[in-house]
Design a protein around this ligand. Structure first.
Ligand SMILES: Nc1ncnc2c1ncn2[C@@H]1O[C@H](COP(=O)(O)OP(=O)(O)O)[C@@H](O)[C@H]1O
Ligand SMILES: [Mg+2]
Length: 346
């Protein structure tokens, strides 16, 4: 198959997306596909789509280096034009499928999905609606509540409204403050006192005018992948220090990840059922990964859904697939297969 792997972009998760995209591109080429990596925003003006798909000596690492050469020029490029970079849509149109190795805003939030949908270009992952709902933690929480999906109690705080103290807001401390549409734990803080709560709000508002304040769940953290409605083994994430913040997500060796998680069959099922309920509540399809916490009383809480979860060979979903005997290349192929099978997405 001819596959255009879209990576990069302008979100805070640009670098991890380049790593995901390079890994996916290599794995697909190893399995005999003609996969080509391109930065969705920076593009490549000199790219000839037919020629590049036919090229036998194509080197994904060179493509990744070319993408990174734009890293320092993004701000200046943003002011000049629309989102899709030169050559990107031409490459997508010439491909049999587009693999979205994007994360965060303008990639995971449904906009790219809607654009590709309208152009009739098949792409991997959830449709635009599920992507948009999952990106918005405020709306996700409302849908979780309405659909009986267990989720931590929480409220929304808006920058332009009167802010109540932690004692008055119904959540209290300890609590977690996070930007409603963020990702990779950027702008997320745990507050144990009113002073820390004030500081957490100031920090969160640097990123977004809408913050979610949630009851802090003290316990263990997990994630559950779902591919085409099939729930994958649960993975446990145990940071060696602190919580699963940006550093612990991406610095090698800072987190112990165990898959399948050390849980009784009953607790595993409880967690997988909660993840599947979240998947349905948010209208997800193709594949996604749901973040879950469990407190000391073994209550399970869904935090959020990731519609384009990390896809480096050591990311969480690939580890869950490996526990089922599905290798990284095979998983990449499977994600394309299940995404294309459904036809038009919601
Ligand atoms: N209610 C909570 N209780 C305890 N820890 C939390 C809670 N909400 C988030 N966290 C911690 O913050 C991390 C990031 O939160 P999450 O909701 O998954 O947002 P994102 O991953 O999109 O930044 C989680 O992986 C978890 O470690
Ligand atoms: Mg998360």
């Amino acid at each position: 198959m001819k596959i255009a792997v879209l990576a990069g972009g302008i979100s805070t998760e640009r670098e991890i997306s380049i790593v995901s995209g390079t890994g996916v591109c290599k794995a697909l080429r190893d399995r005999g596909h003609s996969a080509v990596l391109i930065d969705i925003f920076c593009g490549d003006p000199s790219l000839d789509a037919e020629e590049v798909f036919a090229r036998k000596d194509y080197d994904p690492d060179r493509a990744a280096a070319f993408i990174r050469s734009f890293d320092d020029r993004l701000e200046e490029m943003k002011t000049r034009r629309g989102f899709f970079g030169p050559g990107v849509l031409e490459l997508c149109r010439a491909a049999d499928a587009v693999f979205l190795a994007l994360h965060g805003q303008n990639g995971e939030d449904g906009k790219v999905q809607a654009a590709l949908e309208l152009m009739g270009i098949p792409y991997t992952g959830c449709g635009y609606l599920g992507s948009a709902l999952a990106m918005d933690k405020e709306l996700s929480k409302q849908l979780f509540r309405e659909n009986g999906v267990p989720t931590p109690p929480g409220i929304v705080v808006r920058e332009n409204e009167k802010v109540l103290s932690a004692a008055e807001n119904g959540v209290g401390v300890p609590c977690v403050v996070k930007p409603s549409r963020g990702g990779s734990s950027v702008g997320v803080s745990i507050a144990r006192t009113q002073e820390e709560y004030d500081a957490a709000l100031r920090e969160g508002f640097k990123y977004e005018p809408v913050l979610l304040v949630e009851k802090y769940i003290s316990g263990r953290e997990f994630s559950v992948g779902i591919v085409d409605g099939e729930v994958y083994p649960v993975i446990e994430i145990a940071p060696i220090q602190g919580f699963y913040d940006y550093h612990n997500k991406y610095a090698a060796g800072s987190t112990v990840e165990t898959c399948p998680a050390d849980l009784s069959p009953a607790l595993t099922k409880k967690m997988q059922d909660a993840a599947l309920a979240a998947w349905h509540a948010l209208r997800l399809e193709s594949y996604a990964r749901i973040d879950v916490m469990m407190d000391e009383q073994e209550n399970v809480y869904c935090l959020e859904a990731n519609t384009l979860p990390g896809m480096t060979p050591t990311s969480l979903l690939p580890q869950e697939a490996a526990a089922l005997g599905i290798g990284f290349g095979e998983l990449c192929e499977k994600l394309i297969q299940v995404s294309l099978a459904g036809g038009e997405k919601a």
